[in-house]
Design a protein around this ligand. Structure first.
Ligand code: OSB
Ligand code: MG
Length: 368
């Protein structure tokens, strides 16, 4: 297979709700959508999960556009690819920039599975026909706002609640949540808001029987995460710290975590995600699929990845309608009783809605 033409689009979509983490709040989701055409005129789609600003990682929408335009697209255009795992070889001289790489690698996986006539999930080796999903809830103005949002999502059937925490919005808030929802599967995500100096606060969370605490410490602190994991009973889950198979191997060896959140963009694509998944499975480390407030295209990739066997905990891949008035795929991703039914059509299994895509496009450029 050869990619003969690539179109990049800058889309801007308004979230239905402002999303607040320990870093700040945003309501507009700006991102890059990539369409790659092969020699037969078929289109494969990928989404960059980089944000407008570098709060989650150093990558941004603009650095992704630059990497794609100046390095990744020129490296891949017209190259003969016999298997999608070869994309990482084509990019082997380009360091990091994982979200940028993943954008185009995702489109190649979509094309490859269309060519084989199988769903992206089957191309990856996934077996599940439905996947369990949870929901990630940003920091709210008051604890009672949070309780009402949790109640709504529990009623909708979501399988676990993830609450964003930061210093000053942690132990007391989680206590209130547990009091009102004693049995709900519950976890906290700190997005690196703590250091080992906060160990007493982090220990205090043990009382709430959390499934895990996600990324409590800095993204380059796997040694401190290992110390923390020794000191608390709640399993530590790493998100921002894991950028590759090698990172996962080292974190597992050090005992820095009991669980890993896999995000396709953060680790540089589906091939690397699968390698990390397999490594974790062989070490009995459960994984789950994180979310980056994706549009339907990125969401479809997440759904497919989650069908692999070691994704044994609910992911952050909630329904399209939780985020968007209108998504850019048909049908939209829907959740019933906390499950998404995995599409079995070839490729990502959802149809890109070109009219909706055009309506959210601010800038567009084609390379051939
Ligand atoms: O840390 O998992 C995270 C959103 C943006 C950036 C980082 C994170 C998140 C979420 C929301 O938690 C996941 C989602 O609903 O897509
Ligand atoms: Mg996280």
């Amino acid at each position: 297979m050869r990619i003969k033409e690539v179109t990049l689009r800058h889309l801007q979509m308004k979230l239905k709700f402002p999303f607040t983490t320990s870093f700040g709040t945003f309501q507009d989701r700006d991102f890059i959508l990539l369409e790659g055409k092969d020699e037969n005129g078929n289109s494969g789609w990928g989404e960059s999960v980089a944000f407008h600003s570098p709060w989650y990682s150093e990558e941004t929408m603009k650095t992704n556009w630059h990497m794609l335009e100046d390095y990744l697209i020129p490296a891949l255009l017209n190259q003969e690819i016999t298997h999608q795992d070869e994309v990482s070889e084509v990019f082997s001289n380009i360091r990091k920039n994982n979200m940028a790489k993943s954008t185009i690698e995702g489109a190649v996986w979509d094309l490859y599975s269309q060519e084989k006539g199988v769903s992206l999930a089957s191309a990856l080796g996934g077996k599940k026909s439905k996947i369990e999903v949870g929901i990630s809830i940003g920091i709210q103005d008051t604890a009672s706002d949070l309780l009402r949002i949790i109640e709504k999502h529990v009623q909708e059937g979501y399988k676990r609640m993830k609450v964003k925490i930061k210093p000053g919005w942690d132990v007391d808030v989680m206590r209130e949540v547990r009091k009102e929802f004693p049995d709900v599967p519950l976890m906290a995500d700190a997005n690196s808001a703590y250091t080992l100096e906060d160990i007493d606060t982090l220990k205090a969370l043990d009382e709430f029987d959390l499934m895990m605490i996600e990324q409590p410490l800095a993204s380059d602190d796997i040694i401190d995460h290992a110390k923390l994991q020794e000191a608390i009973s709640t399993p530590v889950c790493l998100d921002e710290s894991i950028h590759s198979y090698e990172d996962a191997r080292k974190a597992i060896e050090l005992g820095s975590c009991g669980i890993i959140n896999i995000k396709i963009g953060r680790v540089g694509g589906l091939s690397e995600s699968k390698r990390i998944h397999d490594l974790c499975e062989s070490h009995h480390i459960p994984v789950w699929c994180g979310g980056m407030l994706e549009s339907g295209i990125g969401r479809a990739h997440n759904v497919a990845l989650t069908t692999l066997s070691n994704f044994i905990m609910p992911g952050d891949t909630a329904a399209s309608s939780r985020y968007w008035e209108k998504d850019i795929i048909t049908p939209e991703v829907t959740v019933e009783d906390g499950y998404i039914t995995v599409p079995d059509k070839p490729g990502i299994g959802y149809e890109p809605d070109l009219e909706a895509i055009e309506s959210f496009t601010i800038e567009k450029k084609t390379y051939k």
